[in-house]
Design a protein around this ligand. Structure first.
Ligand code: ADP
Length: 296
């Protein structure tokens, strides 16, 4: 089983002709509410592709919490590890999108900030995936869970903050986009250079580093070399949630026994599929949908 220890957010997206300026009030031209949060997105992406997935996290005892639990469970994810907190609101992301697709996002963590080490339990973990929309304590507990269960630990340090020292030597695979890679290294890096990526992996001191490169696909870096999965040429409609689709798909394939290279190639196809459809979880394919789309 894949255990995702991560966030759930209600995404409230407002469409606007242009983004607001300081002190300004604008009328939205559209409003949509959807199930989101990086943990939930990654769990849904993996589950839709056929993986056995359990999500560990927290929502409020409010209507938004019920909506998120129902949406995630409908994709086949085991949500018995998602706790309901009577005293907290469900996490929310307020997203403004202008006519050019530029966005501005404010996240209110709500119940996500209450996930503690005690919440992080599972008796059947083979792969554990965690990210940074929950407290360090919970991420560290996820790594400990993996260690205790002889499972592999995948970290997606997003949104980036300093990686806790307690995670040193417990990460099997780190998945980052180009911005997170720069933040993690503290310097700019030329991701078109294999040498630069090999140095980055060595500095981050992880066995495997996977860097997503947007339309250019992704690179999987280990001590033995760099594998580049080319981007699939698509007409991108909405790339939000493409990174989470990629990460969920990568772990789904690793859990089914794929090599890192093959899983990375597969994940770029799922990321590209997500970029061609509006929304986040609503843009994630099942294996059948992906096959049909790839045959085009
Ligand atoms: P993030 O959304 O975290 O910034 P990326 O932009 O790197 O991450 O996108 C994640 C993955 O989604 C990429 O590795 C790629 O497979 C796919 N993807 C994203 N944007 C596009 C695009 N415009 N064309 C094709 N694939 C894309």
């Amino acid at each position: 089983q894949i255990v995702v220890v991560g966030s759930l957010n209600l995404d409230r997206t407002y469409s606007l002709g242009r983004l607001p300026r300081e002190g300004e009030s604008l009328h939205a031209t559209g409003h949509a509410v959807a199930s989101g949060g990086k943990g939930a997105n990654q769990a849904v992406a993996a589950s839709r592709l056929g993986a056995d997935v359990r999500l560990v996290g927290a929502v409020g005892a409010d209507a938004a919490g019920t909506l998120l639990l129902d949406a995630v469970a409908e994709s086949g994810v085991d949500v018995t590890g998602v706790h309901r907190r009577a005293g907290d609101a469900t996490g929310e992301a307020v997203i403004f999108v202008d006519d050019e697709g530029q966005n501005l996002i404010v996240i209110s963590p709500g119940a996500n900030a209450t996930v503690t080490a005690d919440d992080v339990v599972s008796d059947d973990a083979a792969w554990v995936l965690s990210g940074f929309e929950i407290p360090d304590e919970a991420v560290i507990a996820a790594a400990h869970l993996a260690l205790a269960a002889h499972a592999r630990f995948v970290l997606n340090p997003s949104p980036y903050r300093r990686i806790p020292d307690a995670l040193a030597h417990s990460i099997d695979v780190m998945v980052v986009n180009e911005h997170e890679l720069i933040d993690a290294l503290g310097t700019s890096v030329d991701s078109s250079s294999d040498t630069a990526l090999l140095q980055a992996r060595a500095r981050l001191d992880v066995p495997a580093l996977v860097v997503t490169l947007g339309a250019d696909g992704a690179a999987a870096v280990t001590a033995s070399g760099v594998f580049r999965a080319p981007g699939r040429v698509v007409t991108a409609v909405d790339t939000s949630g493409a990174g989470d689709a990629f990460t969920g798909a990568l772990v789904a394939r690793l859990a089914s026994g794929d090599t890192l290279e093959s899983a990375t190639l597969f994940a770029t196809q799922v990321g590209a599929h997500a970029a061609t459809r509006p929304g986040t979880q609503s843009s994630y394919p099942t294996s059948d949908e992906l096959d049909r789309w790839l045959r085009g």
